[in-house]
Design a protein. Sequence first.
Length: 135
Amino acid sequence: MKFKNFQKYENIIIYLIIGSINTLVGFLIINIFFLIFENYLDNLIIILLSNFTSICFSFCAYKFYLFKNKENFFKEFLKFIYSNIFIFFLSSLLLYILIDYLDIVVIISSIIVLSVTVFFSALINFKYVFSHKRS
């Protein structure tokens, strides 16, 4: 009976595990990029390069390890980029509202926004970016 419960939530569990790995990889990438490029590039360029690299890693992890599909790589990648842009604006807007208008402290606001964006990111990835059945 417990195994059936795992199967029911398997995709969500794998999604959260991959998301956690992606977060760690993103943290490592930005720090490595700053170590390598801080004397050569502007900080904003380093941030953009590290974010793009992290997004590419995240896309490949979801595409090949969770959804395991053979669909059009470029088409899904563009959808993934668009969804990440949407999530960026959503999180920025929510943080702005929570901190500046509702006077909620940054750490609590960040936790709230993280919860909301993880939910919407998963929803978008399952229903829009990788919307076909898993193999």
